[in-house]
Design a protein around this ligand. Structure first.
Ligand SMILES: C[S@@+](CC[C@H](N)C(=O)[O-])C[C@H]1O[C@@H](n2cnc3c(N)ncnc32)[C@H](O)[C@@H]1O
Length: 235
């Protein structure tokens, strides 16, 4: 793949040198394949993982019947999740991330929606409050103490803000869940990727926020799907 990507021998040498010191192949190439799409990946930005395609598939199932639903790809990184959803369905897409490098990268990928920069929900336009049909989230969930056990591709070449989920890995999940009811429409869904080891904690964070969580697993992928109360159950 490097040979095919390099314009000449000198560039190939440079690319090989980057790969040899552990830079992810996708960052060296400048793109990753995700859900059938070529996604631009800049140095330091989280490389979209194949396991996250389950989140995209489930999102498409959930939204299939809705007319131009509002989708927020929160903690978007490259924007891969939002791009893949928008490729399958007509949606009003918003993507947001706190890392300026990720935001710059997402702006290259998300051509059919808006990309916002900021800390979780602070990044979103206030007009989205109570209107979001689907919050599609792959936030960091690696416990801080386990980052050192990750392969060098992640540990040394993806920004720690993309990996670090705090002491039990669930800091971001608790913050995402607690803010979700304010942004979801009644009956809207938070779909969040987690791990098998952490799924109970992620689901508990959703239940604590007043959402109704269920879990979904396939191969290496685990999701929590958490539904906001409908109007009738709120009143
Ligand atoms: C595990 S990566 C996932 C990226 C993308 N969703 C994907 O699946 O490829 C987590 C992302 O969350 C972002 N992030 C971490 N803390 C954040 C925060 N407080 N607010 C917004 N984004 C945050 C990181 O910059 C990173 O891009």
């Amino acid at each position: 793949m490097l040979q095919a990507a390099a314009v000449d021998g000198e560039q190939l040498e440079q690319m090989l040198a980057r790969r040899v010191v552990g830079e992810p192949l996708e960052q060296v190439l400048g793109w990753a394949e995700f859900s059938g799409q070529r996604i631009v990946v800049a140095p330091g930005v989280f490389v979209p993982r194949r396991r996250t395609e389950l989140l995209v598939e489930r999102a498409a199932q959930l939204l299939g019947a809705d007319a131009r639903p509002v989708v927020v790809d929160l903690c978007c990184g490259t924007g891969a999740i939002g791009v893949a959803i928008a490729q399958r369905l007509e949606v009003e897409l918003h993507a947001a991330d706190v890392d300026p490098d990720a935001v710059a990268c997402a702006r290259q990928n998300v051509t059919m929606g808006e990309v916002h920069e900021g800390n979780l929900y602070d990044a979103l336009p206030v007009g989205l409050r109570g209107r979001v049909d689907l919050l599609a989230v792959n936030a960091p969930y690696v416990p801080t103490g386990e980052i050192r056990l990750m392969p060098p591709e992640a540990r040394l070449h993806e920004h720690h803000v993309a990996l670090d989920g705090g002491s039990d890995g669930l800091d971001l999940h608790r913050r995402v869940a607690s803010g979700a009811p304010e942004w979801l429409r009644p009956g809207g869904t938070l779909l969040i990727e987690t791990s098998q080891a952490q799924v109970e904690g992620t689901a508990a964070a959703c239940a604590d926020a007043g959402l109704r969580p269920t879990t979904l697993s396939r191969d290496e992928s685990t999701l929590v799907e958490a539904v906001a109360p409908s109007v009738s159950s709120r009143t």
